[in-house]
Every structure is written in C-alpha cells, then in structure tokens.
Design a protein around this ligand. Structure first.
Ligand SMILES: [Zn+2]
Length: 189
C-alpha cells in the first residue's frame, strides 16, 4: 500500500495524541509515516471481517468467479472467505513471535477476556495492554503492506476493486501453491 494523507486520515483516531487525527507523523525529523493509530484501526477492520467470516461458517464451500485484470481478462474460481481467514492466521503467525502469537490467539481468536489472558500468561494489566497495542500495530502494518496479497484494503482483497497489477501477480503463482490457503479453522487451534 502506498501511504499518503488521503488513505491515512480516514483511519486515524481523532483523539490520537501523536498525530492529532491527521494519520501521519514525522519520523527522523523529515519523513512522514503513518501513525500507529492508523495501523491499529486497520488491524481492527481486518479482525472484524475475520469474525464476520467465522460467523457465516454455514456458507463455506461457496466459490466465487472473479475477474483478474490483465491482458487476457482472466477469471478464476476462488473461495474468498476461507482464503481470507487462512491468510489472516498465517500472516499473524509469521509476523508475531511465539509469546505474542499465544496472546493473539487467546485474546483475539479465542475471545478470552483480558483478566483470564493476563492470569494465564502471568502479566499485569499494563504489560498486557502494552502487548495488545504492539500486536495490533504490527499486524495492521503487515496486513496492509504484505505482498503480493495485502489483506487491507478489504474491498481490494475481496474483489470489489481490481488493481492493475493484481492479475499479473496471481498468474505468477501456480495454483497448487495456493491450495494450502484453503484450510482455515484448524490453523487457530
Ligand atoms: Zn495517530
């Protein structure tokens, strides 16, 4: 994702004390970078979609017939919801270290409350929420910047918007390499 003011300001937290709702902050005195509140908002948007996908479990198996832009106007079959859920889990596992991933699993995927997580992981309240903020920030950045299939923006991932290079990226990856992405829920167990 190419960051600029137009795509950060919409995700920024109005009351953020670092960017004051602007979505960008200056790092190394000259460089503008998306504020952490933007990454955390991106993570929460992706998490909400993940929970929506798990809630509609009865509709699993539905395939969609999607356009890929590019010279041939190619179309592919896809199981978007399962792919999204698998990507969400796999990217999280890759980005977080073992300790953070355990916390991520307990708190975000399995839905335990913070007191139970903190007791199990022997953390105090301050350290617990510090870790939660760190996880949200790291995953928000990863979900929006990972290549070639960023999870965010969600409308691009789910095919509402087709990017010019999306078709090319898909063609470069043999279909059998993506089969592992269709194994969703047991990944979080
Ligand atoms: Zn901010």
């Amino acid at each position: 994702m190419q960051w600029d003011r137009s795509n950060t300001i919409g995700m920024a937290t109005e009351t953020c004390k670092y960017c004051e709702g602007q979505g960008t902050r200056v790092v190394y005195k000259t460089k503008a970078s998306p504020c952490n509140c933007v990454f955390r908002a991106i993570f929460r948007a992706c998490l909400t979609r993940f929970r929506d996908c798990t809630a509609t479990g009865a509709a699993f198996g539905t395939v969609s017939w999607e356009f890929c832009s590019g010279p041939g106007g190619r179309r592919v079959y896809s199981r978007k919801q399962e792919e999204y859920m698998a990507d969400f889990c796999l990217v999280s596992r890759r980005v977080l270290d073992a300790e953070d991933h355990r916390l991520f699993r307990y708190y975000f995927l399995l839905g335990a409350d913070w007191q139970l997580c903190a007791r199990q992981l022997k953390m105090d309240r301050g350290n617990f929420f510090h870790a939660i903020y760190r996880i949200e920030r790291m995953l928000g950045r990863a979900f929006s910047e990972i290549r070639p299939y960023p999870l965010y923006p969600l409308d691009e991932y789910f095919g509402g918007t087709v990017r010019k290079d999306a078709g090319r990226a898909l063609e470069a990856v043999p279909s059998q390499d993506r089969h592992h992405l269709q194994v969703p829920l047991r990944l979080i167990a």
